[in-house]
Ligand binder design. Sequence first.
Ligand code: CP
Length: 312
Amino acid sequence: MGQLKTKHLLGLESIDKEDIKKIIDTGFMFREVLDRPVKKVPSLNGLNILNLFFENSTRTKLSFELAEKRLSADVINFSASSSSLNKGESFKDTVQNIHSMKVDCIVMRHPTPGSSIHLTDFVDSIIVNAGDGTHEHPTQALLDMMSLKEKFNNLKNLKVCIVGDILHSRVALSNIFGLKKMGAEVMVCGPQHLLPLSIENLGVKASTDLEEAIDWADALNVLRIQRERMGVGLIPSIREYNDQFGITEKKLNRLNKEVVIMHPGPMNRNVEIDSRVADGKSAIILDQVLNGVAIRMSVLYLLLSGSVEEVK
Ligand code: CP
């Protein structure tokens, strides 16, 4: 058993506030490790972690791999594009074969919503969801909350607006679940047809007026238009989208207040966010990336460190 109430990290809808708080607090502990000259601790020495990626990734994949190595785990990387999936092997056979090699934890990204929950039916390793289609991306929301806590010191009553393509976003859903549990206020803002129906039932405000959103928010978490997950034609043109929902200096300067700017990446510069904003003094986008390594160290340590004690 690990040190959390949950065995796996499948999403933030299914874990409680105490587990979220513990992951963020431990994330700050590992942030200090990342500031040391030698950024490695022996916590997961002797454990095997498999990174099972069926979808493209830069930040999440590298960040998990760095986190695992900095915890001294043994790391195996699986890439779907160079695997026997291309010879017709099924998802179930693939993961059961890998699991027979005795891995302690599987970190999986997959384009199908619910795939990490499905994985728990096939293997008894600890599962960490690294993004499953439009469902959840829990470690992204955890690193976002850690970055907000670092900036504002507290999440309670903080006003966070998630801007953009909410309908296709696993980042939005995990942030909503996490932030609400931690007592923050959440607004979503975007074109009407990219806001899920009845999103207010999750306890969030919804708006199609970016000026209203900027006026309300302490922080904006800006999402990209996820063209790989939408059919054709959901936005009329990039230029129109940028005019109406792109975060620009001009729109931010209209109001006499500072708003913290976040983005989970990858960014489409000058579409959902202008370069001057992305590189400006209010942006904490690269802090989010650094905190991503710390939060993933925290998640893996808290889920797996009980296993190390049992082995000893
Ligand atoms: N934020 C995020 O999930 O980025 P990648 O798709 O590059 O992992």
